[in-house]
Design a binder for this molecule. Structure first.
Ligand SMILES: *Cc1c(COP(=O)(O)O)cnc(C)c1O
Length: 370
């Protein structure tokens, strides 16, 4: 039986193996493992790519959110507005920064935060908004920016899934106060371990982020703020420098694969809603996510036929047991809850073979024709 994995990094590695081993060897030979020239280069290149003036490499994408919030002045007791339909780290990082997550329901078309519902959630404690650019498509940043300006709120864009994405020609970090990236191995720009970055044109946020990632030490061994250890290491940065050159191609290849799926699934639109790219957006398809009926049965059927699929995310954050103290209940965000029951992500990566995609499409059609 054919097997189709969610993600298979083996071909990508064999295409760049020589260059990877050479750069890793060079780092080890240099004995410079932390915050050296490879991190500097990656920070500069990603900042330039993002059309912002600063990149700050950190330990992972979750720390990037936490540090960016702190650097933007978010503190104990502040409220931060975000979506309940995201990876846990978005809200987890708000709590780690001492603040309180306040959820707002999603736009059912894009799965991103619905800007029309943000204003109702604002109180005099609200200090920031974290839009999440879910699955690789940016949230409606112009509307969010208008609200943020009106209420003097910081915007920290959680762009963990959206490096390379654009909204009206703008990249993550251009409209918001800062944006944060994750280099977790499965992300569109994935390291061979953990890594993350903050990008921002706000020099004060950048400077504070740089200090927080080294225990708040500035000058060295003098501590005016409490930071912690969250640095991007040289080996990961060297690996990412190799992959970063390919990022635009990876984005194009993901987009081609997304349209191939959507084309193939057109005939069963009664059962399956394919992803919508909103006008002005450049979606980089970190995930190719359908909305389907009989989701769990379909997933089981695909599994029996050797096809991986994933549910991002099965439980919205407002009903997570760890957030019980926030006082939300089932029914508070019906659109996020519906998405959690209907979303199904299919295998997606730049090297995914057309024969495999055709097989996935055929099996999905077969399931609904039965
Ligand atoms: C992956 C991810 C993160 C966290 O990144 P890590 O590098 O795993 O810490 C945060 N937010 C979203 C939306 C993500 O997908």
């Amino acid at each position: 039986m054919r097997k189709v994995k969610m993600l298979d990094l083996s071909e990508q590695y064999s295409n760049m193996r020589d260059e990877m081993l050479q750069t890793i060897d060079e780092v080890i030979g240099s004995s410079q493992f932390i915050l050296g020239s490879h991190v500097k280069k990656l920070e500069n290149d990603i900042a330039q790519f993002s059309n912002v003036s600063n990149g700050i490499g950190v330990g992972n994408g979750s720390d990037a959110i936490h540090i960016a919030l702190q650097a933007a002045g978010i503190k104990e007791g502040d409220e931060v507005i975000t979506t309940p339909f995201t990876f846990f780290a978005t809200a987890g990082s708000i709590v780690r920064a001492g603040a309180v997550p306040v959820f707002v329901d999603i736009d059912p078309i894009t799965f991103n935060i619905d800007p029309e519902k943000i204003e109702d959630a604002i109180t005099n404690k609200t200090k920031a908004i974290i839009p999440v650019h879910l699955y690789g498509q940016m949230a409606d940043m112009d509307k969010i920016a208008v609200i943020a300006q009106k209420y003097e709120l910081a915007i920290i864009e959680d762009a963990a899934q959206a490096i390379g994405a654009e909204y009206n020609g703008k990249k993550p970090g251009e409209i918001g106060t800062a944006a944060t990236y994750s280099f977790f191995p499965t992300k569109n720009l994935g390291a061979y371990g953990d890594g993350g970055m903050i990008v921002t044109s706000d020099d004060s946020v950048a400077e504070k982020s740089r200090v927080i990632r080294v225990h708040g030490s500035k000058p060295k061994y003098y501590h005016h703020v409490l930071g912690y250890n969250s640095r991007l290491d040289e080996i990961q940065a060297a690996i990412l420098n190799v992959k970063f050159k390919k990022l635009p191609d990876f984005g194009k290849q993901r987009r081609e694969r997304a349209s191939f799926y959507s084309q193939g699934l057109k005939g069963i639109s009664n059962f399956v809603t394919t992803p919508v790219e909103k006008e002005g957006n450049y979606h980089v398809f970190h995930q190719y996510t359908l909305r389907v009926s009989k989701r769990d049965e379909l997933q089981q059927f695909l599994k029996e036929n050797g096809i991986d699929s994933m549910i991002y995310y099965p439980m919205p954050l407002h009903v997570q047991p760890v957030f019980e103290n926030l006082g939300y209940k089932k029914g508070d965000f019906p659109l996020a809850e519906k998405a959690a029951e209907e979303a199904l992500s299919l295998p997606m990566y730049p090297e995914l073979k057309q024969e495999d995609q055709t097989y996935v499409i055929e099996k999905i059609i077969e399931f609904y024709k039965e």
